[in-house]
Design a protein around this ligand. Structure first.
Ligand code: ATP
Ligand code: MG
Length: 392
């Protein structure tokens, strides 16, 4: 029976978008097509807030497609289903064979039906009654329990076929990547920035990453770890560019010339300048960081103001109000945790001041920074920029 299995993907918020709905649906279908391409040849189309993914050949990997579909933003639920003829007999036969194992384990069941095809001669309650009655006869040891069933058999009467499936699993939710604009995300090797990137991608933002390296203070392994994190994110966001920007000279100049208590803040101001320059060149409209209020000295409200001072782009900080435990929970769920905790140094962790300013004064920081040739340092760092295209 497995060869007939296909996927039903339910659209989330997308359906609420009024007249934009069509472009949201088109984008989502494109994204699903792209992500399922690696799993074999599928026919993918949308009808009535549902995306159908039907395998076109025997070698389609439905298991892999099912996993990939759950990582596409804009999809609220995914079900593996089997299509059949739109008759009660055919639906019952399909449920009997397709869900035989589930029936063997279940202590009770019910049928839940949906009639998307309003011309079908039975309404949803009648479908459930007819199919449920026949299945109860076929599996006499599994009684119907409409309140707390062990197994729910879902029947959907749609345009061309009826579909039978077990419970749908939750999808990634959010909005299709590409519908929320284009932003540059500052990706370090830590726990936070992969999560902040993921959260904005979930709001439909197409990402480009920027990572600062400070050889010889930071190692090749530290950079590889960041590329690995970007790679893990592509399962959710699709392919992306990772810009690698050299940061050593800037850090050394700050250490040589600026008061120690402002090291981190001035460094962060340079990061924002460089990220903004890369973003403008890429046509991106915002920056994303993994900052969370009060997490470290450079993330107090005043410190954030000092950092943001050098940009005129929106700085999106999706973790701003989150606790570390919540951030860790998400990082585990999205699969970046194990890589993030690998113990490689980040350029933020070299040259850290012993007593960083937590209530910095903007004018003082500007003055402290003014001894540097900011423009030349930024230009040289940008001249050394390289990029890598990371694919799923
Ligand atoms: P993370 O866990 O993401 O490393 P963090 O709590 O350690 O964050 P910081 O090191 O102060 O915080 O960095 C704050 C934010 O600045 C990061 O979330 C990230 O967006 C950005 N950032 C820090 N280091 C780098 C880097 N080397 N390259 C790119 N962005 C960075
Ligand atoms: Mg960090």
């Amino acid at each position: 029976m497995n060869q007939q299995e296909m996927l039903l993907l339910k659209l989330g918020e997308v359906v609420l978008k009024g007249q934009n709905r069509k472009s949201f649906e088109d984008r989502l279908v494109t994204n699903v097509r792209r992500r399922l391409r690696r799993c074999g040849s599928f026919q993918i189309y949308v009808r009535q807030s549902t995306i159908y993914a039907e395998p076109l050949e025997g070698r389609c990997d439905i298991e892999a497609a099912y996993r990939a579909a759950r990582q596409v933003f804009g999809v609220v639920s995914v079900a593996r289903a089997v299509p059949c003829e739109k008759t009660v007999e055919s639906i019952v036969e399909t449920a009997k064979s397709y869900l035989a194992e589930e029936f063997a384990r279940a202590k009770s069941f019910k049928v839940e039906s949906k009639r998307a095809d309003k011309h079908f001669h039975l309404n949803s309650i009648q479908v459930s009654q007819a199919v449920g009655g026949d299945l109860a006869e076929a599996f006499p040891s599994v009684p119907v329990d409409v309140h707390h069933p062990d197994l729910t058999v879902f029947v959907e009467i749609r345009e061309k076929h009826a579909y039978v499936h077990g419970p749908a699993v939750p999808g990634a939710g959010g909005l299709p990547v590409g519908m929320g604009g284009h932003a540059v995300s500052l990706l370090s090797g830590g726990l936070d920035s992969p999560v902040s990137s993921w959260m904005m991608a979930r709001r439909g933002v197409e990402l480009e990453m920027i990572h600062f390296v400070s050889p010889p203070y930071t190692s090749q392994q530290a950079q590889d770890k960041v590329l690995e994190l970007a790679q893990l994110l592509t399962a959710w966001c699709g392919r992306m560019l990772v810009h690698i920007v050299p940061f050593t000279e800037i850090q050394e100049e700050i250490r040589k010339n600026c008061p120690e208590e402002y090291f981190t803040l001035i460094m962060r101001r340079f990061m924002m300048r460089l990220a903004q320059a890369v973003a403008k060149k890429a046509g991106a409209k915002a920056l994303i960081t993994g900052e969370s209020l009060g997490q470290v000295a450079s993330q107090t409200m005043m410190a954030l103001g000092v950092t943001e001072d050098v940009t005129d782009m929106p700085v999106l900080r999706p973790l701003i109000g989150m606790d570390k435990v919540e951030i860790i929970r998400i990082s585990r769920e999205i699969g970046t945790y194990e890589t993030s905790i690998l113990p490689y140094e980040d350029c933020c962790t070299v040259f850290t001041p012993r007593h960083p300013a937590t209530r910095p004064n903007l004018e003082e920081v500007r003055k402290a920074e003014a001894v540097l040739d900011v423009e030349a340092l930024v230009d040289r760092a940008l001249a050394g920029e390289t990029w890598i295209r990371v694919k799923p």
